[in-house]
Design a protein around this ligand. Sequence first.
Ligand SMILES: Nc1ncnc2c1ncn2[C@@H]1O[C@H](COP(=O)(O)OP(=O)(O)OP(=O)(O)O)[C@@H](O)[C@H]1O
Ligand SMILES: [Mg+2]
Length: 215
Amino acid sequence: MSHLIEYGIPPLHRDWDIKDMVGADNLEAVQHGVIKFITDLNVIKDGNCLYIYSVENGTGKTRTANFILYQLHKPRLDEKGNGVIIPILSVMFGEYLRFCKDTFGEDSKEARRIVMMTPILLLDDVSPVFSLSNVQNDRAELLMLMAYRRNHKLVTVITSNLTPDEFQKLYGPSASSKVLENFSFIQVIGGDVRQAIYPDQLQESDEPEDDEACR
Ligand SMILES: Nc1ncnc2c1ncn2[C@@H]1O[C@H](COP(=O)(O)OP(=O)(O)OP(=O)(O)O)[C@@H](O)[C@H]1O
Ligand SMILES: [Mg+2]
């Protein structure tokens, strides 16, 4: 148990169904991809993984990934016919990097260990935006995490604003081939849904910016 980890689905993304998704230009393809992944029995058995990406921010990737976790967490029968509930965990990539960096903190060490070993993991927002040091360090942490999870057939869902090509350019072909070895891909095409959901907050102001106030 670590105090740094939040178990379960965050309140913002609870009680939501993929059929209520809005915004994406390729809505049906995304919904189809999600249903295919959550109903594929080999996903849990083989530890298959999913990479959800979009070029734009705010297309609903994190929400979609949380829906998948919620579905995979529902009671199911294992291979011997016993009822099981498979543990899930969601962590932002940037937060995971913070656990890795804090090599002396007991809570961080424990949090890192739990993230590595959790049966179903959402690794949210894999991008350089949350980098704490440099790309080489991020790549090494990502490789170690994913090698462990691959070896133990653990399911990982990644969300990212990097297309698979950009991922490869940033982290290199070798890292890309190792990390994304057994992944399926869902691209969410479209713009930021926050603008439709919260139009008042995001409307551009008619007032000129008060530069003085910012200084
Ligand atoms: N169908 C929906 N109904 C209501 N709110 C939604 C819906 N889809 C997304 N949202 C809200 O829109 C916002 C953006 O969704 P989300 O965080 O999943 O996008 P994202 O693609 O992960 O964004 P980012 O690229 O910034 O990580 C969130 O606040 C989410 O709660
Ligand atoms: Mg997100």
